[in-house]
Design a protein around this ligand. Structure first.
Ligand code: DON
Length: 563
């Protein structure tokens, strides 16, 4: 078993090994063999460490995912879900969908009152918001298919970390403070492990360590049946939820074909439905491809305009056509047809903003920032793994089981509770994304791998709810069209549009007044006086030399570690 001592020693060694000087461009961490970029240094380190010991990217994925659950409970999880896109060293690609599902007892109108109005908070907070967790089955299936190290050896350092505890960062302190009252309210008491914790304090996750031990010993049965499952269901039902033991028993993650498309000399591989990420991003890239982006200045009006008009059109299709492919027929070919997309852009007028449909949308109610989490891994064998995982909102449904060390997701809010009524990301859903028992809710998560000239070029993804797709698109364009280093591409300011509400959102301070003024004159409404960060991109680029460059987002505590 790996001792914590040896892990900390290795952290230092890995750091030293990886601090190569980065001169010309502002580069992120550059390493020769392997790298993990994630939201927490401990998670990146545990993943990198396993690869250093001979494990591959998939072993590292299992450990990184669980280490994020320990150290980044805001989004890292066991009782949530996610998506992973991979590319093997031989160039073959695939993906796994471990998205949550609606419980067997769910129904289309479960969040509506007698008058047919959405009951505020019911799909976002507390036990009714919880979808059947997929993460544990997801990582176990990945391990079974591609793992090379024993599960016990992969989880041992994570369990040790949970027992020893992690140190709270300033950003974490701020988040805990921000959410403290709602966590207390939903759980009926302050959460001992988290309440009042300040920067520099250590948080131990003893009950979570025990749950991880159960999985380490019993695999799937250590979570989806037996004692842990029983405790989970008792807890959820006592809090008024509808999940049953049968929901857990029958949950299975699904291997699916990823969405693949070309943009110039890039081949982009991303997540298909039930994530909208791949199809929507493909539509965006196909709509902008006929334009010579090289003639535009980065983040100036013409560039923003072109992207905004493609975002607008792609999100309108997203919200109407996309849902769980096991339940709805998605016209993928039509949606990605070049003639169709060219026609969609034919109404684009450089002099004037296209107005989004006049369908009345609800009040825009953007939720604060970036509760999901993304990590990117490349191993020393050339395998690449791109993973986005979430419990949806910050600390999910806010319900926390002390006994199991789990925050439960509020992923049910990603369904369309009622047609035409926006969810917490302001996304307006349609029939395709209505609630049905056992169905997966539509996602925007966009874990992506990019090839250039048939070689691995980039691994990229981000949290950010509805802004995920546009943030990943801009990061790829930043490197491909504007020759930025991976770190610069991650750092660059981002903007977002999602059809409805008809508004361009800009990150704070990153866009000059004259650009915003020009856009206003053309009829673009934007977020004057209200700004937030968009996404936290964690990415890896393969440099022409074959070295790996990490892009860890400075908007969070994100860190690249490798060797
Ligand atoms: O699957 C989705 O699209 C959302 N549940 C992701 C949530 C997210 O990124 C939260 N961060 N803002």
């Amino acid at each position: 078993m790996t001792s914590l001592h040896s892990i900390s020693a290795s952290i230092i060694l890995l750091f030293i090994a990886s601090c190569s000087p980065n001169t010309e461009q502002q580069k992120g961490l550059v390493t020769e063999n392997a790298m993990v970029v994630s939201a927490r240094i401990e998670a990146s380190t545990i993943g990198a460490e396993l690869m250093k010991k001979g494990g591959n990217a998939f072993d590292a994925m299992v450990a990184t995912e669980m280490a994020l659950a320990v150290t980044f409970p805001f989004a890292g999880n066991l009782a949530g879900g996610g998506f992973m896109v991979y590319r093997l060293e031989d160039g073959s690609v695939g993906s796994i969908d471990y998205r949550e599902k609606a419980p067997l007892q769910a129904s289309r109108d479960m969040y509506l009152d007698k008058e047919g109005n959405v009951i505020p908070g019911m799909s976002t907070t507390g036990a009714m918001a919880i979808g059947v967790p997929g993460t544990v089955d997801g990582i176990l299936q990945v391990h079974e298919k591609f793992g090379t190290l024993a599960l016990e050896d992969i989880l041992a350092p994570v369990i040790a970390l949970a027992r020893k505890g992690f140190v709270v960062t300033k950003k974490q302190e701020n988040r805990l403070k921000y959410y403290d009252s709602i966590l207390t309210e939903v759980n009926g008491k302050p959460l001992k492990e988290f309440s009042g914790k300040k920067e520099g304090d250590t948080i131990k996750r003893i009950s979570l360590a025990n749950t991880l031990e159960s999985i380490s010993k019993k695999n799937r049965d250590g979570f989806y049946s037996g004692e842990v499952a029983q405790k989970m269901i008792t807890f959820i039902q006592e809090k008024g939820g509808i999940l049953t033991l049968e929901d857990l028993e029958i949950y299975r993650a699904q291997w699916r074909d990823p969405v693949q498309f070309n943009y110039e000399d890039l081949n982009i591989i991303s997540m298909g439905p039930p994530s909208s990420g791949g199809i929507t991003m493909a539509q965006i890239f196909k709509m902008i491809e006929p334009y010579d982006i090289g003639q535009y200045e980065h983040n100036k009006d013409e560039y923003i305009q072109l992207l905004t008009e493609s975002f607008r059109r792609a999100y309108a299709d997203r919200n109407y056509y996309l849902g769980d492919p096991d339940f709805v027929d998605i016209p993928t070919e039509k949606l990605l047809d070049s003639a169709y997309l060219k026609n969609r852009m034919s109404s684009f007028n450089v002099e004037k903003a296209t107005l989004s449909s006049s369908i009345k949308n609800g009040e825009m109610n953007y939720y604060e920032s970036d509760e999901t989490t993304h990590y990117s891994i490349v191993d020393q064998f050339g395998n690449a793994v791109s993973v986005t995982t979430t419990i949806n909102g910050g600390y999910g449904s806010k319900l926390y089981s002390d006994e199991l060390g789990l925050f439960f997701n509020n992923e049910m809010d990603d369904f369309s509770a009622k047609q035409g009524v926006p969810n917490m990301f302001g996304l307006i859903g349609a029939e395709a994304n209505k609630i049905q028992p056992q169905k997966r809710m539509l996602s925007s998560m966009t874990p992506t791998i990019v090839e250039k000239d048939n070689e691995l070029f980039m691994v990229v993804g981000t949290p950010g709810g509805s802004t995920i797709i546009t943030a990943v698109t801009q990061t790829i364009l930043n490197t491909h069209e504007f020759d930025m280093s991976m770190q610069e591409a991650v750092n660059a300011n981002r903007f977002h549009h999602q059809w409805l509400p008809d508004m361009v959102t800009f990150e704070p301070n990153g866009f000059d007044d004259s650009t915003l003024q020009k856009l206003s004159i053309k009829g673009y409404i934007h977020n004057k006086g209200y700004a937030r960060i968009i996404g936290k991109v964690d990415a890896i680029k393969v440099l022409p030399s074959g070295l790996l460059e990490g892009g860890a987002d400075p908007r969070g505590d994100d860190t690249a570690i490798g060797f």
